[in-house]
Design a protein around this ligand. Sequence first.
Ligand code: AMP
Ligand code: MG
Length: 338
Amino acid sequence: MSTSPTARIYRPTPRNLAFLANVLARGGIVAAPTETVYGLAADARNAKACRDVFRAKGRPANDPLIVHVNSLDQAGEVAALNDAARSLAKAFWPGPLTLVLPKQPGVPAIVTSGLESVAVRMPAHTLFRELIERSGCPLAAPSANPFGYISPTTAAHVRDGLGQRIKYILDGGSAQIGVESTILDLRNPSKPAILRPGSISREAMEMVLERKVAAYTRKAPAHTAAPAPGMLERHYSPRTPLTLVDKLAPAFLHKLANNEAVLFVHQPRLSQQTPNVFWLANHGEELMAAAHNLFNQLRMLDSGGWTQIHAELAPGSSALALAINDRLSRAAAKRGPA
Ligand code: AMP
Ligand code: MG
């Protein structure tokens, strides 16, 4: 990686796609959209390229990457697929489900942080799939943001965070889903367990597998060799202090200082306009809209000069509610001792 590149944003023309795929095939790193968030991609078989991804993000080496593939065959080159993985792939790929499986020998240790398992998924975004197809590489890609900060859902977010550290950003508009994939541990297919909540629900996976799937818990399971990044207490974090409120009542607004902002999940019904009130979804919109807007709103609030953000948790226990609340809780977690 050169010392201080300035990122250029590429429109998704066939010519630019061919160019960026070639950058990847030659061991370069490229930020590109997926349907969840923007990823910072590198050839997953190229240890040096993957090291550049860790470096650009400032990501600790004990934080393994997800490998993105374009076919079941390619998934099989990266991970040892079992029947459970094949069934889930058939039901949910391409899509926001990542499977943790025993790794194949060709995956360099840096990608898996030395673990014998690898995380693999087939993304649904056509541009990302095209980069995999044209480059011929399985692509290791964490979110395209400095480690620990709010995940990027637009090309501009990527440039804001990594503009001085990478050269190439592919613009695919705003990421449709807006929160990262569900991660399922399938190393032992008779004991599937959710490692990170996302938009694919536990119930939907149980239907396909015809067995119980262990719900996500904030504590790392005992058999996990190293703490996985999705399990870091503090992540997705704005610089502005963030506190969570179970359910924001409009009366809460009376106690606020002028320089404090509140973030509702749904647009509140208020008698008057208040400049420090924000929301993730409009009246009548589903949680899908809230997930889609989550990281963008947090970024906007973070650059709004507020001294404090109070955010409401999403109601219910749907997959999206769990995913949104997981990201909000990590975003609100206190910085640990330095
Ligand atoms: P990110 O790249 O920020 O979306 O995070 C990658 C996620 O993949 C983390 O949340 C990890 O929990 C998970 N992950 C990647 N590789 C492995 C692995 N080998 N075993 C367990 N979890 C993994
Ligand atoms: Mg990330």
